[in-house]
Ligand binder design. Structure first.
Ligand code: ADP
Length: 216
């Protein structure tokens, strides 16, 4: 299975993504962790993105797409499946990552969308801030990350719905209930994903933006 996790910060992409990856025995790619690791090690890439992370700003698309290329190569070496947590976050990333994946015959079978309202997300992220010490889990930066999610990430969900690969789940419930629903839905889609080679799936519109959704 090749799966994308999409949802606002605090919705549980990490928790659910880990369970899904374990269930299907596929590689999990957590873009935020990869970026934080670069920052911690002080690599060139880490120095380039540290400011963006601290402010809750998005890292430039080219950096993310390089990570996507490397991650797909690694996923291919470990069987071809993946759970991607954190990409795409912009429509540009969505279209470019789709092209990169299609070239490799590795486009996603499913996009799992986690829905939760902002008050609950803020509550969870502030609770996490008390436990972990992420520089971006402060009230002001959390609000900014949520705004960015609504403005630039949320619109991508419609694109996956149009491709017929969207599974959208209410993530306000306890994690166990959420994961049971996701795994049940993914099990229903698994036979299809196994039978249809990625490059024969319904092609996506890679030309324009939201207004063209209905025309592909
Ligand atoms: P969350 O989902 O809680 O915001 P992540 O760990 O996924 O946490 O992301 C943390 C930060 O890493 C983001 O605020 C952003 O700065 C950067 N980042 C992660 N993924 C992307 C992406 N696809 N595009 C741009 N920036 C990203």
């Amino acid at each position: 299975m090749r799966i994308l996790m999409i949802g606002p910060p605090g919705a549980g992409k990490g928790t659910q993504g880990a369970l899904i990856a374990a269930h299907f025995g596929v590689r999990r790619i957590v873009v935020g962790d990869l970026l934080r690791d670069h920052v911690a090690r002080g690599t060139d890439l880490g120095r380039a993105v540290r400011g963006h992370l601290g402010r809750g700003e998005l890292v430039p698309d080219e950096i993310i797409l390089d990570i996507v290329r490397q991650a797909l190569t690694a996923a291919r070496a470990s069987g071809g499946g993946y759970v991607f947590d954190g990409v795409p976050r912009t429509m540009t990333q969505a279209r470019a990552a789709y092209k990169i994946a299609v070239e490799r015959g590795m486009s996603a079978d499913v996009a799992v969308h986690l829905r939760a309202d902002d008050n609950e997300l803020i509550r969870r992220l502030l609770a996490r801030a008390a436990l972990e010490h992420r520089t971006d889990d402060t009230a002001a930066v959390i609000r900014h990350r949520l705004e960015l999610y609504h403005q630039v990430t949320q619109p991508i969900v419609a694109w996956y719905a149009q491709r017929g690969i969207l599974v959208s789940v209410d993530a306000m419930r306890p994690a166990g209930e959420v994961s049971r629903e996701i795994l049940a839905e993914l099990e229903l889609m698994r036979p299809l994903a196994d039978r249809i080679p990625a490059r024969m799936g319904r092609p996506a519109d890679t030309t324009g933006l939201g207004v063209q959704f209905g025309q592909a």
